[in-house]
Ligand binder design. Structure first.
Ligand code: GLU
Length: 315
């Protein structure tokens, strides 16, 4: 297994410039939760004399709509948010996603999967399997297609990257190639980690190979109907935009572990992560995109000011 080190602070004490971003998906209106995330990242960048960037996560062409994008940009501008370069649009990044998939394919880290949701549920809930386990992307894939895919040694020559199919990461292979072995009280275990500044525990947070295999499994890295997936595009885009600090909601905390594995596999830097609290309604439920009553546009139409929005989210 690979050896790598936990990040150390620079010996001269100089801090690298902070580069952060807000990455909305234009699949619905900007709501209070998004506004909080964008304002927090923007305020942190401005306070540090850093850079704030915008990324439009429109990879899902079925759900992303130009009208939503226009509304989001208008709401962000109204909130007083400015960005320091033209927004990066995921729909312009398909060649980069394909190149990364080619790399992972050549390294035998991804495999085609033909299971539909029903197949996965049926295999995961088979009598001897018990209750299907849930991971960050839903039911943990039971590995049906991995089992049928030739192993690295069996493949005489790598066929070309398959088109128009779901491609999954072999988590077992990924763990093998990215995590560091250590002897613990319970025996050998492999670890990876990242630096967290928002969500407790703070500091260098480690996670284990056992957790990744059991709680995450073989996640989708490319979809049948569009190239790439959230996990793949987010790590490639953060690296492309030179993001040093990812500031986003704590609902993505578990996904960060996947992102660290992908960054290590693809030789990309691991940024510092700041997962912030989520904005909830009076009943304590998370605000969902379809909760249009909390849309910034609605508050604007009712005469709220940007300062009112800041006060509502506790900034
Ligand atoms: N596009 C994602 C969302 O709107 C954000 C992803 C991220 O910040 O990493 O939920």
């Amino acid at each position: 297994m690979r050896r790598s080190q936990a990040p150390t602070s620079s010996s001269c004490g100089a801090r690298d410039p902070l580069i952060t971003r807000f990455a909305p998906s234009p699949t619905g209106p900007l709501h209070l939760g998004h506004a909080y995330s964008a304002l927090l990242a923007h305020d942190m960048a401005r306070a540090e004399n850093g850079t704030f960037l915008l990324r439009i996560e429109d990879i899902d062409r079925q759900r992303a709509k130009p009208e939503w994008e226009a509304q989001i940009i208008d709401d962000l501008t109204w909130l007083g948010i400015t960005w320091d370069a033209a927004p990066l649009r995921q729909s312009d990044r398909l060649p980069a996603y394909r190149a990364a998939l080619e790399t992972l394919w050549r390294k035998h880290l991804i495999y085609p999967c033909t299971c539909n949701r029903r197949d996965i549920l049926a295999a995961a809930a088979a009598p001897h399997e018990g209750e299907p386990s849930m991971g960050p992307d839903g039911v943990i894939y039971p590995g049906t297609c991995r089992a049928g895919f030739p192993t690295r040694d069996q493949l005489y020559e790598n066929p070309p990257l398959p088109e128009g199919v779901t491609l999954r990461l072999s988590m077992e292979e990924a763990i093998e190639r990215t995590m560091e072995d250590r002897i613990t009280e319970k025996g050998p275990e492999a670890f990876a980690g990242f630096t967290e500044t928002g969500h407790a525990p703070l500091g260098y947070v480690e996670f284990t190979a056992t957790q990744m295999a059991r709680d995450v499994g073989d996640i989708v890295l490319s979809r049948k109907d569009f190239l790439g997936s959230y996990h793949l595009s987010v790590v490639l885009d953060d690296a492309d935009q030179g993001i040093t600090h990812v500031i986003r909601g704590e609902d993505l905390y578990e996904a960060t572990k996947i992102h660290v594995i992908l960054q290590r596999l693809l030789g990309l830097p691991v940024p510092i992560y700041h997962h912030h609290r989520l904005i909830r309604d009076e009943a304590g439920s998370r605000l969902a995109k379809r909760d249009d009553a909390r849309a910034i546009a609605t508050y604007r139409a009712e005469g709220a000011s940007p300062e009112d929005i800041r006060a509502m989210v506790g900034l």
